[in-house]
Design a protein around this ligand. Structure first.
Ligand code: KG4
Length: 340
């Protein structure tokens, strides 16, 4: 049997991550998050690049050590080529190239968004794991993207709907900022929403054709709503934080689910998955579980560790590309923007 050992590196935004995979089974996944951005209320690209530069050597060393794998055993190095912050991507890309050249092994470039979808195939070698079969629909929701992807195979994916303005994660983060919550606001809204009434307030829902999304109207409606309420009561936000978070979260979930359900019904697909940072949201996870009960669909929700940026998903995507013999040259350059 072939012994395929892949080291993967993810550095597209503010997480430096490395993972090791042997014959499709994940052996280690190590991530260093960057706290430096918190005080700025968002990711500062220049600071992210510098932090990646500091983190990458210890993160890769730790991933190899935890996997019990020596560098000489590696078959290939997979890396996130884009989309993401260019300076951040350059750190991971250059490191991957240097190591691949020194070990004389091939390089595999991975699209970050495809990586998020491949998170559903990450295997820890346990008995009770279940993975989607093809075709399935994946709702890909992160800080930078909101898409419905038709996944026909590991390497054949089509975006059938996407946001025409803000992403779902941006809607969470920007509305949180308006309420004076620290960055990133998504996880905090999720936490506060648990104590609130999701029906307390009503916010605008967009009317966009087919399977596309829009979140900028919701953000504006939320802003004007708060402005009016604060004129009547300067403590309105503090007095209603949980209800505001619960109602906002419910609105975002309703917007996301309505289009996904429409797409699944239209295409007669009964397997639906969710991926990306926003898939950590407990309300969204519950909305997915409800689909199982309501429609009998098979639903796939990734473990928390593989929802936000991580190298395990890049290793998994890289593994399939290795099997297909899809490698890239050492002249591969990162890209900031792309679709799938
Ligand atoms: O995929 P991801 O880690 O990377 C980027 O695309 O940047 O997604 C980050 C996004 C942020 O907008 C963050 O607020 C959101 O995911 N997020 C959440 C939750 N956890 C992370 N949004 C809502 N509820 C959560 N529990």
């Amino acid at each position: 049997m072939q012994n395929i050992v892949i080291l993967a590196i993810e550095s597209s935004c503010d997480d430096t991550s490395a993972a090791v995979l042997r014959n499709g089974i994940l052996l280690s996944n190590v991530t260093a998050s960057q706290k430096v951005h918190e005080e700025y209320g968002g990711v500062v690209p220049e600071l992210a690049s510098r932090a990646h530069q500091q983190n990458i050597v210890p993160v890769v060393d730790t991933a190899l050590r935890r996997a019990g794998v020596d560098r000489s055993e590696l078959s290939a190095i997979a890396f996130t080529r884009g989309p993401g912050l260019l300076g951040s991507l350059l750190v991971g890309t250059s490191f991957a190239k240097g190591l691949a050249i020194s070990l004389n092994i091939p390089l595999i470039d991975v699209n970050h968004l495809q990586g998020h979808i491949m998170a559903h195939f990450v295997s820890e070698g346990k008995q009770d794991e279940h993975h989607p079969s093809f075709p399935f629909l994946c709702l890909l929701v992160s800080g930078g993207n909101s898409q419905i992807v038709l996944v026909r195979s590991h390497n054949d994916m089509q975006i059938i709907g996407q946001t025409i303005d803000d992403a779902a994660g941006e809607a969470f983060d920007k509305c949180a900022k308006v309420m004076g919550l620290p960055y990133p606001g998504g996880p905090l809204i999720d936490k506060l929403a648990k104590e609130g009434n999701p029906q307390a307030f009503t916010f605008a829902k967009p009317n966009i054709p087919q399977y596309d999304y829009s979140f900028s109207g919701l953000k504006t409606s939320f802003l004007y709503f708060l402005r009016d309420k604060l004129q009547e009561d300067p403590h309105f936000i503090d007095n209603n934080k949980a209800d505001l978070c619960a109602s906002l979260q419910q609105t975002i979930i309703d917007i996301l689910m309505r289009k996904l359900i429409k797409a699944a019904k239209d295409l007669k697909i009964n397997q639906v998955a969710v991926a990306g940072g926003v898939s950590a949201n407990s309300g969204l996870r519950q909305a997915f579980r409800n689909l199982e009960a309501k429609y009998g669909w098979q639903v796939f929700i990734p473990p928390f560790a593989y929802t936000t940026d991580n190298a395990a998903m890049i290793a998994q995507a890289g593994y399939y590309k290795y099997l297909d013999g899809e490698f890239c040259g050492v002249d591969a350059v990162p890209f900031a923007r792309t679709t799938i």
